[in-house]
Each structure stands twice: as C-alpha cells, then as structure tokens.
Design a protein around this ligand. Structure first.
Ligand code: S3P
Length: 439
C-alpha cells in the first residue's frame, strides 16, 4: 500500500443511484470454498471468488499446510493433497485482519498431528479467541494463546488418540465458532452435537453436506457424524449481501434512486438487512430468485422511499450481523428513533462497532446514544460533512461513505483503504455510480 492510498478521502453527496451494479463474491462463502475444498483430496474450481485481503490471508495460510491454488480463466483452482497429507507449516500462519481465517483454521489445526501457530494484525490480536480454543481443548486438542489463552497468537494441534466429540451449547451465536467445531467434529471419535444460542450463518453446513459430510441441522442444533470421505466440489460464489448492504441503504436514502444488484446471496441466516430495511418501510424487491452452489440468490432492486425508525433485537441482530453500521446510517435519517439491542458482539468485531458507529454518525451531525449492547439513534437527522476515522474497520469506512452521499458539504474519511479487507473495488464502484448519475 502506498502513502497515497492512506491519504484521507474527500467524499461529496451523490445525485441518485440508478441502473445496475454487480457486487463482489460473498466473503464468508469464499473462505469456505477454499477451506472446505482444502479438506478433500483433489481439485475444485471456484468462480466469482472474492479476492480481498481476508480471503488472500486464508489462501496464504492453507498454502503453508500444502494446499495449492492456481488462477485459470476467471476461476481459482484449489488443489489439495487431502487433510491427511497436510504438512507441518514452517513459521506462523498469518491471518492478517481476518477473524474467519483464524477461527475456522483453528478448528482444522485441532485435527492435525502437529501444532500450528496462527497470528494476525493488531486488530485481530485484540479479538477473543478463547471462545474457539476452550471447546477445542475440551475435545482434546492442545491449545495455547497469549494472555492465558484468550488472544492471538494462538497455537493449536491435535492429539494421537483423536478428538473427543463436542456435545454442548455455545455461549455466542457465531458462524466462525460453529464452523471451527464442525471441522474438528468431522475428525472426532464419535458424533458431535453443537447447540447455538441462536442460528448463525450456515454456509459451512451447506457446503460440507454437498461434499459428502453427514451433517444434520435442526434450528440452532447441528449434529456432525465423523468419518465421511469428502469429495471436492466446484463452487460458484454468490454476490455478497454484506457488500450489497451498502448500496441497498444508499439507494434507500438517496432521493430518486432505483438500483438493481444482480445475483446476491439471500441465505436466510444472512438476509437480515432485507427484513431490517423492510421494517423501516424501504421499497425493496427480490427478483429472479434461484439457487447457485446450494445457496439461494436473487436480484435485489431498491428504490428510494422515506424510512421510519424501528426496533431491532434477538435473531435479527445475528442475521444482519455485519450490517449494523450501515443500517445505523439509514436509522439516523429515518423518521423516529431506532433502537438496536442484543448486539454486544459488535464490540469485538474488526473494531468496537458500537463505539465506532456512534462516533461516525455523531461526526456527521446525528444524535446517537451508545448502550452496552447496542445503540439508540434519534432519527430525523440532517447530516452534514465532517471528519470520520474508520478505525481500520472496512465496514465503518463503507458505512461512512454511504452517510457522506446524503450529508451536506464534504466528508473527510480517514482509513478508507481498509475497504480492501472485503471489497477492494468499493471506491471504483462508487465512482461508476457517480458517473452514471452525472450522465
Ligand atoms: C463470519 C461470521 C461472523 C461475521 C464475520 C464472518 C463467518 O463473525 O461477523 O464477518 O464467515 O463465519 P462471528 O462468527 O464472530 O459472529
């Protein structure tokens, strides 16, 4: 990254968002297409893979265990020797900024006959890893981590007698934690039963099931039968609803907008943004609903409409987990207050997203009250340009860019280069929409 990339960005309002925009491949599914195929011996072809910093971290870590990747005519080929032939890595597996990489790979490291050390950047080193290490240790894995096993760097290895099954309830609804335990459970000595407090994203279960694993889901309970031989599987990655969310909110708040986002994933465990925007009165339609690679997708069409405040809590918080910073932008402009509860997990994302979202909105003139488990946003704000710091968090940077579209005057955004974590083309896509609006 050059110094120029780190210059603050100056963002101006936009006239209207119209036409079509294709968002990049889903980040969660991209990680899983790489990781699940790494478990199976052979070759798989992944198309529309998100090549963002986080997914590149996953590829670099898997390479250290002996998996190979090759780019070929718009696809990525995953070539794996199979889990039994992974080799001890030389040095540390660098997960960068990616919690998904570290937590999912911890589950795989727990099944290997050698130990692996996983580390990450300053943000990742602050995020809780005990939630994964403790249940893996209960299964018999050898685990260690900084600060008494709570933080990265972490060290994880299996044990010669194999892992015990996991049978218990997890304290947080987390797709990362659940996936790590599923990977470990595939290699346990008997059936595992994993119960969540609420259903988190289920991409791992869907993909492994299609590869031959015996996994049954019943609400927030997952049963994993070990021992099935996995077959490699080609994956066509759907568009990322968590990337689409920025444009969905943008089109909902900028007058005269009418924007279509083709082929976006609408997996019910991820589609909370659709329910949240509808609860606010947004004009949002799903067109051409269909399925790719075992995941439901649709073309999303969003037209400007006045929004009203709403109350969010419980399962909706998990189903729109990564979308709260940008939903908060819509809430600031809506008629009436919005309350977001049960969202304490947002404090341990790439930044403390409750604090970062409140600071971002206040910098642009909104009235926001920060609460331990969420936010109360007054609504009815007239946003005006200000100075926003992304705190190195890609989703805060993109939410600020959406707020700037409707703020009077100019917004200065610091740390805008962080979009590379999940959406490297974000600024270019914004320029494309701006050019289309001017034409
Ligand atoms: C993810 C799960 C969520 C989400 C993250 C991606 C995944 O994290 O916030 O962006 O791919 O499994 P948690 O599992 O920590 O809730």
């Amino acid at each position: 990254m050059t110094t120029l990339d780190r210059q603050p960005l100056r963002l101006r309002p936009i006239a209207a968002l119209r036409g079509e925009l294709t968002v990049p491949g889903d980040k969660s599914i991209s990680h899983r297409a790489l990781i699940c195929n790494a478990l199976a011996r052979g070759e798989a072809r992944v198309t529309n893979l998100l090549e963002s910093a986080d997914c590149l971290s996953t590829m670099a870590c898997l390479e250290r265990w002996g998996v190979q990747f090759e780019r070929e005519q718009g696809a990525t080929i995953v070539r794996s020797p199979g889990l039994d032939r992974f080799h001890a890595p030389a040095g540390t597996l660098d997960c960068g900024n990616s919690g998904t990489t570290m937590r999912l790979l911890a589950g795989i490291a727990a099944t290997l006959p050698f130990s692996s050390t996983l580390d990450g950047d300053d943000s990742l080193r602050r995020r809780p890893m005990d939630r994964v290490l403790e249940p893996l240790a209960q299964m018999g894995a050898a685990t260690d981590g900084a600060d008494g096993g709570r933080l990265a760097p972490i060290v994880v290895g299996g044990q010669p007698e194999g892992l015990r099954p996991f049978r218990g309830r997890l304290s947080v609804a987390s797709g990362q934690l659940k996936s790590a335990l599923i990977f470990a459970a595939l290699r346990a000595t008997a059936e595992s039963n994993i119960e969540e407090v609420g259903p988190s994203r289920d991409h791992t279960e869907r993909m492994l099931g299609a590869m031959g694993a015996q996994i049954d889901t019943n609400g927030a309970k997952v049963r994993v039968q070990p021992g099935a031989a996995l077959r490699p599987r080609d994956v066509d990655v759907p568009g990322d609803i968590s990337a689409a969310a920025f444009w969905m909110v943008a089109a909902a708040i900028v007058p005269d907008s009418d924007l279509t986002l083709p082929a976006v994933g609408i997996n019910p465990t991820r589609a909370g943004i659709i329910d949240a925007l509808r609860a606010m009165g947004a004009d949002l339609t799903l067109e051409h609903e269909r399925e790719v690679s075992g995941e439901p997708i649709a073309d999303l069409r969003v037209r400007y409409a006045p929004l009203r405040g709403f109350e969010a809590s419980g399962d909706l918080v998990v189903r729109a987990l990564d979308e709260w910073p940008v939903i908060a932008v819509a809430a600031a402009l809506a008629d009436g207050p919005t309350t977001i509860r049960d969202a304490e997990e947002l404090r341990v994302k790439e930044s403390d997203r409750i604090a970062a979202t409140a600071a971002m909105l206040r910098a642009l003139g909104a009235e926001v009250e920060e609460r331990p488990d969420g936010l109360r946003i007054a609504g009815g704000a007239t946003l005006r340009g200000g100075v926003v710091e992304s705190r190195g968090d890609h989703r805060i940077a993109m939410a600020a860019a959406v707020a700037a579209m409707i703020a009077e005057g100019e917004t200065e955004l610091r740390g805008g280069e962080s979009v590379a974590i999940s959406y490297p083309e974000f600024w270019r896509d914004l320029e494309r929409l701006r050019d289309a609006a001017a034409a």
